[in-house]
Design a protein around this ligand. Structure first.
Ligand SMILES: [Zn+2]
Length: 73
């Protein structure tokens, strides 16, 4: 897969990514499988992974400011 931003090769890696919640909260998802550009900071998530992330974010407490959740495939 080629990065649509810079044209470099994109690789499947596992990383930790922060996601912002509606109420200023941040959830960091650990060990998340993403497709990341080898040159710039662009990354993509598979649809199935994105759905699971949304589930994690929906389960996160509404009043939290910061939470770290391990991604379980
Ligand atoms: Zn790129």
């Amino acid at each position: 897969m080629i990065c649509h931003v810079c044209g470099a090769e994109m690789n499947r890696i596992t990383t930790d990514l922060p996601f912002k919640l509606r109420d200023n909260g941040i959830v960091v998802v650990r060990d998340l499988p993403v497709i990341q550009c080898s040159s710039c900071r662009e990354y993509l998530l598979d649809d199935a992974v994105m759905e699971q992330v949304e589930g994690i974010l929906n389960r996160a407490g509404k009043s939290i400011e910061f939470e770290v959740v391990k991604f379980a495939a």
